[in-house]
Each structure stands twice: as structure tokens, then as C-alpha cells.
Ligand binder design. Structure first.
Ligand code: NDP
Ligand code: OXD
Length: 309
């Protein structure tokens, strides 16, 4: 029995070493080194090359090496009839929360404008916004979204969340389902997207959604590029419906050099780094699931095939 790690971002060796240090009895292979495909029981994957999962005849389950699993469902040749697990990790949620807070404060205090003005030697103070006056809406109140919501509420923002099912979080009004989306959007000065990418959420950040936000709302997309209709964001900024956006995720990553985001003043970009699976923190749950599989116990953090997340 063994594990294969399939990811193309140069981090296979890091994960392999960490898994074997944590449990020296594990047999772990990079998908690029010689290995007996018949012996592989688990594929630990992150944006694997399309088609690379289909040749393992004895896989017991697929483990996403991240919180999202959209890239697994997008590979039509992947054996998605098998169980799929994902990362659910406290550190990942904390990192996401710190990132979103940093972006929001940066925006409220117009720090990017001052940075540009510094390069021009321009001395020009602007009015600023206060935390207590800002309403933040979180699309997706799951593991990450609820951490972000609680932390933002703790520092004084008015926070509300939207999800499939209603939540019970202290001081955080919960809106559920399509019928309540509009009411939620109407009171979100800053909108943070932390939804999984599924057939229901693809393209959700579009013209129609932007029009339901308060004028000059600000968008933060830290979920997936596929949630956003890029042209609709450009139009909404150009017609002052949306004041700007901070994006961490894109349809194509790395973002192609000729994409308009790169040179659009009102869009701030980071390279899909809002919250990155921490090896030390995540390895124990990967090993725990492997042992559970060997012992015929239920796996942790299973993805629902019906819901797609
Ligand atoms: P969860 O599955 O824990 O949470 C998803 C939330 O979205 C749930 O609250 C769920 O509702 C809600 N939801 C899903 N579909 C719908 C829908 N159609 N309508 C309304 N609500 C919906 O996911 P995580 O919080 O762990 O992660 C969220 C996403 O963040 C990941 O899928 C990934 O794409 C992204 N991510 C980005 C990172 C980055 O660095 N940029 C890092 C890590 C993750 P309910 O609770 O009712 O089921
Ligand atoms: C994830 C991510 O899904 O990093 O974990 O985006």
C-alpha cells in the first residue's frame, strides 16, 4: 500500500519528506518517480495534470491537498466515484482570516492610494472609513468563511454571512439560499467570496450580483477565479457601481500577462496566496485518513458528491 503525491508546483518533495518524517512507515512517491501504480491506494493531489489520476487501478480515495476540490471534479477522467477528502485545518482558516482583515483595513485606510501618491511626492489626505461603519458580507460561511466572519465581528465590523444552510453564529446574521441572497447583498459594503466553486456558484460574482450591492461596494475574491465574471467586474468598476476589488484567485493561474487585471488601478492582486496549506499542520490529518482507510474506518473531511464541495 502506498501514497502518490501529484502536484505541479514544485512542492512534491516538501510534502513527501514531511509525510515520511511524521510516519517513517509510509511509502510515499512523487508521481514523477518510478512507482508501481497497482500499489497506490491514495492520491494526494493539488491541481494535478488532467488525466493523471485515471491510471491507478487500486485507488481507495483521492485526497485534495487543499481545502478546495473543484480541480478534481474538473478532470473528467478522474475516478470521482471514489471517496474524495479535503483539507480542513485551523491554521488554514486563521491564515485566511488574517489575509482578509489585512485587505479590508488596507482598503478602508486607502493605503494603496497613499503609496502611489508617495511615488509622486503628492501630499493629499482623504477622508477615511471606520471599522464600526462598515458592513461586511461573507459569501460562504463554511470552515474558512465562519472563521473570517467571527474574527471580523470581533474587531468591530458589522458582519453577515450567506450559505446554503442557516448558521448560528453570535452577532452574525445568517442568510441562507437563493431567496435570501438579495437581502444579504443589499447590506454588504464589502463582499468577501469564500464559496467553493461548483456548478451553482460558478460565475456568481457577476453584473446582476454587483447591482444588488450598495453603491461603491468593494469585492474580495479569495475563493476561485471561476466565481468571477471578469468583464462584469471591469464594467461595474467603470460605472462606479463597484469601487474596486482585491483578487487572490483567477480563471487561469498564473494570470496571463495580457490580462487587464494587471494594469487596472482599482484592482489589487495577490498570487493565490491568501491561505496556503501548512505542511506541519496538515500532514497529521493526511496520515490519520490513511490509517483510517487501512482500518476500514470512516474517512475524515469527506466531500459530498451531490453538493460538489
Ligand atoms: P466549506 O465547504 O467549509 O464552506 C463552503 C461554504 O459555502 C458553506 O458555508 C456552504 O454552505 C456555502 N455554499 C456552498 N455552495 C453554496 C451555494 N450554492 N449557495 C450558498 N452557499 C453555498 O469550504 P471552506 O470554507 O473550507 O473553503 C471555501 C473555499 O475557499 C474553497 O473551496 C477554496 O476554493 C477556497 N480557498 C482559497 C484559498 C486561497 O488561498 N485563496 C485557500 C483555501 C481555500 P453550507 O455551510 O450550508 O453547506
Ligand atoms: C485551497 C487553496 O483550496 O489553496 O486550499 O485554494
Amino acid at each position: 500500500m502506498s501514497i502518490v503525491i501529484i502536484r505541479q508546483d514544485g512542492k512534491v518533495a516538501l510534502w513527501k519528506k514531511a509525510l515520511q518524517e511524521y510516519d517513517p512507515s509510509l511509502e510515499v512517491y512523487s508521481y514523477l518517480e518510478p512507482h508501481d501504480k497497482e500499489k497506490i491506494k491514495v492520491a494526494l493531489v493539488w491541481k494535478h495534470p488532467e488525466g493523471s489520476l485515471k491510471d491507478y487501478p487500486n485507488l481507495a480515495y483521492i485526497a485534495s491537498n487543499g481545502a478546495g476540490v473543484d480541480f478534481i471534479f474538473e478532470d473528467v477522467s478522474a475516478p470521482t466515484h471514489l471517496p474524495i477528502t479535503r483539507v480542513v485545518d485551523e491554521q488554514l482558516a486563521i491564515d485566511m482570516s488574517e489575509y482578509v482583515l489585512a485587505i479590508i483595513l488596507h482598503n478602508l485606510k486607502k493605503l494603496d492610494v497613499y503609496k502611489v501618491n508617495q511615488t509622486r511626492k503628492t501630499w493629499q489626505p482623504f477622508p477615511y472609513k471606520r471599522i464600526a461603519d462598515v458592513r461586511v458580507g461573507i459569501l460562504g460561511l463554511g470552515v474558512l468563511g465562519s472563521q473570517v466572519a467571527k474574527d471580523l465581528e470581533n474587531v468591530g465590523f458589522k458582519v453577515q454571512g450567506w450559505s446554503n444552510t442557516r448558521k448560528d453564529l453570535k452577532n452574525i446574521p445568517s442568510y441562507a439560499g437563493k431567496e435570501e441572497l438579495s437581502a444579504f447583498l443589499n447590506i454588504s459594503d464589502i463582499l468577501v467570496c469564500l464559496l467553493p466553486l461548483t456548478k451553482d456558484t460558478k460565475g456568481i460574482l457577476n453584473k446582476q450580483l454587483f447591482e444588488q450591492l450598495p453603491k461603491n461596494a468593494f469585492i474580495i475574491n479569495v475563493a476561485r477565479g471561476g466565481h468571477l465574471v471578469d468583464q462584469d467586474l471591469r464594467d461595474a468598476i467603470n460605472n462606479d457601481q463597484i469601487s474596486g476589488a482585491s483578487l487572490d484567485v483567477y480563471h487561469d493561474e498564473p494570470l496571463p500577462k495580457d490580462h487587464f487585471f494587471w494594469t487596472f488601478d482599482e484592482i489589487m492582486m495577490t498570487p493565490h496566496y491568501a491561505s496556503v496549506s501548512d505542511v506541519k499542520s496538515v500532514v497529521p490529518q493526511i496520515v490519520e485518513n490513511y490509517k483510517r482507510m487501512q482500518a476500514n474506518l470512516p474517512l475524515l473531511h469527506l466531500v459530498s458528491k451531490n453538493r460538489g464541495y
